[in-house]
Write a protein that binds this ligand. Structure first.
Ligand code: ZN
Length: 228
């Protein structure tokens, strides 16, 4: 059985990762357009770098929760039959043990060089303008996909949605495209579709089934039932 799982901010929020879906519409006190657009980076690179440096450092204060653990277990059983796609830029799926994770919006723990295009794993800070390991230019930025930029590996995701028998969305708002359209694509090609979310989302009506509750409860229960 081929399964595509999409995870969003809700699964990380249950580990204590602050997200811009929080009630005030801000992300750690910042407007999204001030820290998550290429225009913001051009206008105030030090503000944007400081923001992501803080988010990167804060990863060490959070841990995977039972939803991450259950998806790691699913990945171990299904192997290549599972494509785990996340909108999240944290590393909680990896730390839970998921064998492969497709970060469609990039990763906090990676940087890319705006001078030479080099991509590199990065656990430290970028605001101090360290030299690119590839070309030496002080031109590294967070390897995250900002609003107005194209998400990563869309071809691979669409191919998996076309082939999927089951598409499951966990903790996503159903409001941010292209991810919000995955359910319709999967369904159009014959997949069963299931939503697991804290509350009904903007996309709930597109799913065959929508279950409401904490991911830390719903995801392990669903994985248990799937693996029998
Ligand atoms: Zn470079």
């Amino acid at each position: 059985m081929k399964v595509v799982v999409l995870t969003g901010a809700g699964i990380s929020a249950e580990s204590g990762v602050p997200t811009f879906r929080d009630a005030d519409g801000l992300w750690e006190g910042h407007r999204v357009e001030d820290v998550a657009t290429p225009e913001a980076f051009d206008a105030a690179p030090s503000v944007v770098q400081a923001f992501y440096d803080a988010r990167r450092a804060a990863l060490t204060t959070v841990d995977p929760n039972p939803a991450h653990d259950a998806l790691a277990r699913l990945g171990e059983v299904l192997g290549d039959e599972l494509l785990l796609v996340t909108q999240n830029i944290d590393d909680l799926h990896e730390r839970a043990g998921s064998p492969t994770v497709l970060h469609m919006h990039g990763e906090l723990l990676a940087a890319w060089c705006t001078a030479c295009g080099h991509r590199v794993r990065w656990a430290g800070t970028l605001g101090d303008q360290p030299p690119c390991p590839g070309c030496g230019a002080p031109a590294l930025r967070p390897d995250v996909v900002w609003f107005g930029e194209v998400p990563y590996e869309m071809d691979r995701i669409v191919d998996a949605l076309v082939d999927a028998d089951l598409f499951v969305s966990v903790g996503t708002s159903g409001a941010v495209y292209p991810a919000a359209g995955f359910v319709q694509q999967a369904r159009a090609y014959g997949a069963r579709t299931l939503e697991l979310n804290l509350q009904p989302s903007e996309g709930s009506r597109w799913f065959h089934e929508s279950r409401q509750g904490p991911a830390g409860l719903l995801v392990p229960a669903w994985v248990d039932s799937l693996l029998g």
